[in-house]
Ligand binder design. Structure first.
Ligand SMILES: Cc1ncc(COP(=O)(O)O)c(C=O)c1O
Ligand SMILES: N[C@@H](CCOP(=O)(O)O)C(=O)O
Length: 432
């Protein structure tokens, strides 16, 4: 499969190079040259297919012959070795729980798949040492740290905004040690993301270190996020509306890719907190990034979402075409808190703040359109990751999964830097 750069449609790359580079040399995101629909037989058999088979059938065209079937299946099998249940919450609304992986967020899927692909290419092509550079507003950092921990030849550098991630998220990315370094940036997530993108263009750095990105700009992080849309569909009978709590828009864009492959979906709803760049775009047709604002659904505090260009590409850059299949709504922290409280009181279901925003988006869309399609919102993280907020609203203890219990007592280890690019550059040039 060839990928082209969204900044220059004449610049092509194969899958391996797109994974190893992360971003095209012109800073464009890679996008698949062709997207082929899956055969009707795939959808007829979907309810009986294993998750491994679903993963393999949906991703194989994007990998092509660059990873042999047996190796690709091993990578997918490791990626998907936990549950993705669709849990009814109330009449017509279900939660697709994506938090049953090791770091309790949907990012485990993309991080594990990318770690597997990079590991394969590293061995096959003897790539030497690679630095995986990641910007996180909360969950990507922990998932990537976990996915790449101890992987030989890979150093992981995570940039996160100081004071703007939850305690558990911070512990997940600052306590592992070994090949993982956390840089605590005195700024917001968009500063971290901009610094990472600038490093890719800086030849003084790229001649000193081989860099790749493990954010959803990397196709091996982005595309496997399609898997669980198919896995959800196999658990239900009708065409659903998917509501996706969105920040960098990689997750919802993966859902739109699943639809491109033929998955029947009635509508996509992007649910945002007050960081509403895309909501404004849907109204005005003008894309105007804004500085991000801190909220209780912190992992979605993104003012300039990377993947929106991919969404526009999927709709031929047609604002009206996008409006037909895609809606976006924005909600305040107050709305989010009220929803966490009420859904617990009425349905005994514990939402995390991101899932609560997803639930609100779904509810609003279903109400506005009087749609009778089954609604599924993506519950993207476990409520324990936002313990203070959630317990304050539900006035009940959130059960703490065994896998993260020990993290609470661990001591964080991070390096403090400013949001000036020069600080990151000095670190990457080993000048500190
Ligand atoms: C819990 C949670 N929900 C939602 C999002 C937003 O996802 P995306 O950036 O793919 O839009 C994130 C971060 O990516 C997250 O960590
Ligand atoms: N919300 C994310 C921000 C980065 O998103 P990504 O999917 O592009 O890695 C986070 O949790 O860090």
């Amino acid at each position: 499969m060839r990928y082209f750069s969204l900044n220059n449609h004449q610049h092509f790359s194969n899958f391996e190079n797109a994974v190893v580079r992360g971003l095209a040399p012109d800073k464009g995101l890679y996008f698949p040259e062709k997207i082929e629909k899956l055969p009707a037989s795939f959808f007829e058999e979907l309810p009986k297919l294993t998750n491994l088979e679903i993963g393999y059938q949906s991703i194989r065209q994007f990998v092509g012959d660059e990873i042999p079937e047996e190796d690709l299946k091993k990578i997918i099998s490791k990626t998907l070795d936990f549950e993705f249940p669709v849990v009814p919450v109330e009449n017509g609304i279900s939660s697709l729980e994506l938090f049953h992986g090791p770091t309790l967020a949907f990012k485990d899927v993309g991080a594990r798949f990318m770690a597997g692909c990079l590991g394969y290419f590293s061995q096959k092509s003897n790539l030497g040492n690679i630095t995986v550079l990641v910007a996180t507003s909360g969950d990507t950092g922990g998932a990537v740290a976990n996915g790449f921990l101890g992987v030989e030849g890979v150093e992981v550098v995570i940039l996160y905004p100081k004071g703007k991630v939850s305690d558990l998220q911070e512990k997940q990315l600052t306590t592992l040690g070994q090949n993982i370094t956390a840089l605590e940036v005195d700024g917001v997530f968009d500063d971290c993301q901009a610094m990472v993108k600038q490093a890719f263009l800086d030849e003084t750095i790229t001649t000193h270190r081989k860099l790749t990105s493990a954010n959803s700009i990397n196709v091996a992080r982005w595309l496997p996020q399609m898997f669980y849309y198919f896995i959800a569909a196999k658990q239900i009978q009708e065409k659903p509306v998917f509501a996706v709590p969105s920040g960098n828009f990689g997750n919802i864009c993966a859902g739109l890719m699943a639809r491109e492959l033929g998955l029947p979906v009635a509508h996509f709803v992007a649910a945002n907190n007050v960081n509403n760049t895309v909501v404004d775009f849907m109204d005005s047709g003008k894309y105007q990034p804004k500085p991000s604002t801190a909220t209780i659904s912190n992992a979605m505090d993104v003012g300039d979402p990377s993947n929106f260009v991919r969404i526009l590409q999927l709709f031929g850059n047609e604002h009206q075409a996008l409006k037909k299949d895609f809606s976006a709504y924005s909600f305040s922290d107050e709305d989010t808190r009220k929803t966490i409280r009420e859904v617990f009181q009425k349905e005994n279901y514990i939402l995390d703040p991101h899932g609560a925003v997803g639930y609100l988006g779904l509810q609003q869309y279903l109400k506005e359109t009087a749609s009778e399609a089954p609604g599924i919102f993506l519950e993207t993280a476990h409520p324990v990751k936002f313990l203070d907020t959630v317990e304050e609203e539900i006035q009940t203890k959130v059960p703490v999964p065994e896998s993260v219990r020990s993290l609470f007592d661990k001591k964080k280890k991070s390096l403090q830097i400013s949001s000036k690019y020069e600080d990151l550059k000095r670190f990457l040039l080993d000048e500190n």
